[in-house]
Design a binder for this molecule. Sequence first.
Ligand code: ADP
Length: 221
Amino acid sequence: KNNNKNKQFAVIGLGRFGTSVATTLFKLGYDVLAIDVNEEQVQKISETVTHVVQADTTDENSLKALGIRNYDVVIVAVGSDIQANVLTTLLLKELGIKYIVAKAINELHGKMLAKIGADRVVYPERDMGLRVAHSLVSTNVLEYIELSPDLSVAEITAPKILVGHSLAETNLRVKYELNVVAIKRNEVLLVPPPSDEKIKAGDILILVGQTKGIQKLEELE
Ligand code: ADP
């Protein structure tokens, strides 16, 4: 039995992002409280989470009345209204919530949330934009996650030019400052991949390393 399933989540702001987070957590078997100031949003989600409440989370008393302190993780998914987003995060912090995840719409907003004490700041639009852009410029790119401006993780179909060569021969570590952490071949995952392993057509390389290196690799056919 997975004891983590006892973890309780609250999601504030049921726009597209908040709704997706809330319903996914619920589908994964967690207890989810969903909150929105807008009655219409609350109605829409009522069947797909554990509890729903209509409340304005920028109001300290409403927030307290929700029993939000009983939740292990609170996700602030209020989007375009920066003031409501920041104020909600601040109040949650003051109430002593253990883990606060807050959605930022830009870097400055994100900095502010971190200063207030959000434990994790997410940038869903920026991250999705990055992924979509990378998968558009190179048909080889299946998944792309930026860990920091310089460091990324990518899942790339092995470019033809590498097929038939071992990882040692391709020398990606020196040429592109990239580490192949795994090779996906059909349903099999080679982790870590042996350095004498020859790359086959259709292999998927999972790489960690310099964003620049990944960009160069994306350009290979
Ligand atoms: P997305 O871009 O993910 O669709 P939106 O900004 O459109 O996000 O939606 C955010 C949600 O947050 C809306 O449903 C809105 O009603 C809700 N919201 C805004 N302010 C508050 C608040 N003070 N308390 C609770 N919910 C709020």
